[in-house]
Design a protein around this ligand. Sequence first.
Ligand code: MD3
Ligand code: FE
Length: 204
Amino acid sequence: STEQLLPGFTLLRGFCLKEAATLLRAIDEITARSPFRHMVVPGGHTMSVAMTNCGDVGWVSDRSGYRYSPDDPVTGEPWPPTPAIFRDLASKASSAVGFSNFMPNGCLINRYAPGARLSLHQDRNEQDFTQPIVSVSLGLPATFLLGSLTRSDTPRRIRVEHGDVAVWGGPARLIYHGVAPLREGIHPLSGSNRINLTFRHVSM
Ligand code: MD3
Ligand code: FE
């Protein structure tokens, strides 16, 4: 089903169910080269979500701040290339929602274990806010926190499941969002984890 939850935010439920197992195998190949790691944020805390990237640019954080980098600071090598099946899915999902020329050049891969969460934030490091972000949920279900343009507004809670794809663009691009602490569970394809992909176009 297709649910427009806010102007510029559309949830495509079950959109990638058929290719989900293939996506997870591709993620295993990426993380064999650029492993999941818990990044440190400028305040000094270590994130509960483990992250890695593929593509030309990847999101990284350390004591000195957030940025996009062409290289993985852990391996010193470029991030692994984006698998064709990732690019096909990002393009299929964005065009289903009316963004015809989405050209992601990076994909952030988040892994949530039970208890891991992402507090309310905006994604504003990409420069070009005319391009959407496409996010793909795999494995255990989670609760998206869907806020507004004002940090202090109480967010809506949206349940997302394995195979759901969300497209965020236009007026929703700068809304505050997050993920509630992951509940324990076992998923046949991802075990005790949730994996989320976010495809982004980063201007460098
Ligand atoms: C709304 N990830 O990596 S994806 C992130 O499930 C991030 O791992 C979450 O927020 C996750 O930055 C949520 C949904 C999402 C991603 C980007 C957005 C929502 C967004 C950008 C703008 C507005
Ligand atoms: Fe985000």
